[in-house]
Design a protein around this ligand. Sequence first.
Ligand code: FAQ
Length: 328
Amino acid sequence: MYTQGLDQAGKEQREVAETADMLAAFQARIDAEEKIEAKDWMPEAYRRTLIRQISQHAHSEIIGMQPEGNWLTRAPSLKRKAILLAKVQDEAGHGLYLYSAAETLGVSRDQLVGDLLSGKAKYSSIFNYPTLSWADIGAVGWLVDGAAIMNQIPLCRCSYGPYARAMVRVCKEESFHQRQGFEIMLTLCRGTDEQKAMAQDALSRWWWPSLMMFGPNDSESKHSAQSMAWKIKRFTNDELRQKFVDVTVQQAEYLGISVPDKDLRFDESSGHHTFGEIDWQEFMDVIAGNGPCNKQRLEKRQAAHDDGAWVREAAQAYASKQAALAAA
Ligand code: FAQ
């Protein structure tokens, strides 16, 4: 109901032609750090950019449940299983807040989910890699959630209010996720030689895909300049990637395992780590749908969606009955 009201408001405001004065007034609000809210006037391109980013983010959270869900039945102890279950459920919650935030922009959940299932909408490249060992669950928490936090903390200051507010809670939970992943890695690295080798193998396989999560280099990033001007993004892809490398290399050193990059070194003059070239062809292949697990991920999501049809039908029937009662 709430989103229907917003849909209507959105349609009405989109019918208003965008004039240079309106665009300048909008930019002035952004520059003054005002939050833009769902019913405020906004340029159509701003609205579309947000729908694209927020929905891709939501899809990533939902598809991202699969690589970790893969280990729920094989976690090494009851405690590990309970923690992992809580984490995977958190990711579902993040997806739902984000779909709700996207819906405030006048797009329906059905449409968003349809775009994911048809392969039209993207989700993060990282979730197209397999989780082959228990150490991968540590690496996903440490590296993938670590990269997600680096990207998402600035989104708490995004100019669009509903997205920024959703991010506050998401970031608190991601922080717990990152710590539980690091703690799994620490336990393995302090364990037997075989366990430490598992941790090393996981770092070796997840390192480069984690760096790809931040998106293409700034010179290739088609949306960054406009998204920065609108204060949707607060840092560029390369800036965030650099912050992640600087923090994470020190954590790998603490664990006593090696980052798989022969070009990695600390540059005294800049105070940053310089690192090797990312395999951008691999990134392009994965986002084009040809990564190791793309097909499997979408098939599994489609099956889950089909299995859930009765729940959607029941909810719809209940809502219709409630509406009829309210009208009587
Ligand atoms: N994968 O011009 P830019 C998580 C696309 S959540 C796939 O730089 P932009 C939690 C991009 O969409 C992880 N596609 O784009 C978790 C665009 O294509 P389009 C998700 C990518 O938007 C943990 C094109 O390339 N987080 O992990 C990727 O300015 C564990 C050009 O790129 C978010 O979504 C990629 N890695 O910057 C869950 C955060 N990178 O749309 C479960 C919000 C780029 O024109 C378990 N999103 N592309 O067809 C963002 O911050 C931004 O959208 C970026 C990309 C930084 C991802």
